[in-house]
Design a protein. Sequence first.
Length: 277
Amino acid sequence: MLTVLKSLETLWLWREQQDGKDIGFVPTMGALHEGHLSLIEKAKSENDQVIVSIFVNPIQFAPNEDYDTYPRPLTKDREKLEKIGVDALWAPNALEMYPEGFETSVSVAGITQLLEGSYRPHHFDGVTTVVNKLFNQIRPTRAYFGEKDYQQLQVISKMVRDMNINTKVIGCPIHRDKSGLALSSRNAYLSPEQLDIARRLNSVLKSAPDLMRTMDIAEAETKMENILGQAGFDKIDYVVIRNAETLKPVKNKREEEMRVLAAVWLDKTRLIDNMGI
């Protein structure tokens, strides 16, 4: 039976009752899809209890982004969590998370200035602040994040290391549809025609290893950007090949583990994807 928790008092009481148990935690903003459910299944296989949070975090959205329109199908999400056998749902409102007078933020330097950080200033401060609060509130043994938000995963992992947080951060493979499109709550914004274009993103990223056999990294990046433009994407923020851990430019492609990452637009919808190479 799913226990729904909406206040810190009820959350802390639930947590006290789990003393001595391994707690798996899956933080989400709701609008749950198969990608989220795969994280939950992983958490269930490795822990005694699993708790999921649903909170659309206002401080990680810029004023011109989709905070107000972000899907919030809480009833359907709750039904999915009950069906899959989640033990507890932490579903606070914004005032519970950020009461009047809240003025503290958590910031990770360096990696947050790259890629997403250059296009979405202060976004990662909002992410690390809310995740730090969630970790303090729940004190999970393990926390599960999808690799679709790869930079976010690296940022949170660094925060946990730097702040000596006693939670193991576990990255999980991207969940894709049959065409290779990475599942995302924002895919719901796309028309059928836009979905056809979006499905081409992963195939372009998959071409990176072949391109790098015959050209240098800068040439491969330019080639992929041109292909994405021809595929019908309205705007390309970036498509780059980076060091998989630091996300800095690759110095030696023969010796470094690499990742290709992209952020593109279809009308007002921004999509991200990545893969290891």
